[in-house]
Design a protein around this ligand. Structure first.
Ligand code: AMP
Length: 431
């Protein structure tokens, strides 16, 4: 199948061709005709599957076909997303796909001044992409008219529910016309999502492009056993030995992200943090620098990383395992995107053994625990001038008893550990 078989206008096809896409992805092949026919859709699709184009393209086509909307400039399509980054990304995709047609896309989200958004909304738009909280603020201030919305999209609905947006979503839905098309995209299906889908969707077409909760097949997953306080040393080793140039690292807390960023910088690795306490401008800048290769490691918390679309990201590191197993799927969805292979590496300390088991249960597969390479403990105190910037490094074999016992020989290891046969996999659990 090609895009031209999907009934899209020549202008939309031209924009798709500009993007360099040859063939619709499986979700696009299924969702585009359904959405164009006006049907509700329930789609189980992760980031990386091409889900954005699967709803944006047919929505633009529907709006182009809709000649009866008169002169009203109130939004006719509304996309709700959990995070600012995803809102900005979806809006950009909509502008990219709509660049040869007269349709206007605008985005609103919190964390930035509301006034420019108010004046932009006054000039009108066709597609509005929004995070729920800010949209509700704007609606309550009567700065946006949602009465003309014909299509509602809940993108990454599972994450919106996790983030506690359900009440905001309900309030927004009450402001929409009763007769409308509804599209719900979710990477995972909890009972809450099922409940929301039952209430919201009428006779939906269900599309599932990846097995439920299964991690993206192309991603090579592995875990290393490591003591909590030594994770940073192992991470520095992996980045330096593997000559990684673009790695997304997940921590559990904002504070942890800041601290690790400083520690990586201290080891001579360019790093930036991205989390909810950073201003929108700082987040955009960190992401841009990462995309351009000016920063090697982007250290992110769960929420901030949602929806980040970084092409062909080679490595994702779970510095700490997520508490919610489904988040693991989202995290590793950052790599191996659009057909590119990627690696997802988890650094697992003893207290995280249960979390790893939970993740494996959700994935319905085991994550190989491979031997931890020998790595150096880096001194935190700087050495006196003249001894070199790495002068504080101490080889793993040169440490006080009980600290950083070399844990084996594995990926990137150059055979310094002779205690185990090379490449031997250590499948033991953490007990
Ligand atoms: P998404 O799942 O919507 O976040 O898209 C993931 C990535 O795949 C984005 O970088 C898109 O530009 C890209 N993409 C979407 N559709 C296609 C396609 N049909 N062929 C190749 N790449 C695509």
């Amino acid at each position: 199948m090609s895009f031209s078989d999907l009934g899209l206008s020549p202008e939309l096809l031209r924009a798709v061709a500009d993007k360099g896409y040859d063939t619709p992805s499986p979700i696009q092949a299924q969702a585009i005709p359904a959405v164009m026919s006006g049907r509700d859709v329930l789609a189980g699709a992760q980031t990386g599957t091409g889900k954005t184009a699967s709803f944006v393209l047919p929505i633009l086509q529907r709006l182009l076909n809709d000649t009866e909307h008169g002169t009203s400039r109130a939004p006719r399509a509304l996309v709700l997303t959990p995070t600012r980054e995803l809102a900005a990304q979806v809006a950009q995709s909509s502008r990219d796909y709509g660049k040869y047609v007269q349709l206007h896309t605008y985005q609103v989200f919190g964390g930035v001044s509301i006034n420019p958004q108010i004046s932009n909304l006054r000039s009108g738009c066709d597609v509005l992409v929004a995070t729920p909280g800010r949209l509700l603020d704007l609606a309550q201030q009567r700065c946006v008219d949602l009465s003309k919305v014909q299509v509602l999209v809940l993108d990454e609905a599972d994450r919106m529910l996790d983030m506690g947006f359900i009440n905001d979503i309900r309030k927004i839905i009450r402001l929409l016309p009763q007769k409308r098309q509804n599209l719900l995209f979710s990477a995972t299906y909890s009972d809450d999502i099922r409940g929301l889908a039952e209430k919201l969707l009428h006779d939906p077409l269900s599309i599932q492009v990846a097995p439920r909760n299964a991690a993206i097949e192309l991603v090579e997953q592995r875990a290393y056993r490591v003591q909590k306080e030594q994770k940073r040393h192992l991470l520095v080793h992996l980045i330096q030995e593997g000559q990684w140039h673009q790695v997304l690292v997940f921590t559990r807390t904002k504070h942890g992200a800041n601290r690790l960023t400083q520690q990586l910088e201290g080891a001579g690795i360019k790093a930036a943090a991205i989390h909810g306490n950073k201003s929108q401008a700082a987040r955009v800048k960190a992401l841009e620098m990462f995309k351009k290769g000016q920063v090697t490691a982007l250290v992110a918390t769960e929420v901030a990383a949602r929806g980040l679309d970084i092409k062909e990201l080679p490595q994702v590191v779970n510095y700490e395992l997520p508490n919610v197993p489904e988040d693991y799927v989202h995290r590793i969805g950052r790599t191996g995107r659009a057909g590119a292979a990627g690696e997802a590496i988890s650094l697992v300390s003893g207290d995280e053994a249960g979390l790893l088991r939970d993740i494996e249960r959700v994935l319905r597969r085991t994550i190989p625990v491979v031997q931890t390479p020998v790595f150096k403990i880096l001194e935190s105190a700087p050495m006196p001038a003249g001894q070199g910037s790495r002068g504080g490094d101490r080889p793993a074999g040169d440490r006080p008893p009980g600290q950083n016992r070399p844990q084996g020989n594995s990926h990137g290891n150059r055979g310094r550990d002779t205690r185990r046969s090379p490449g031997q996999q250590q499948r033991g659990r953490f007990n």
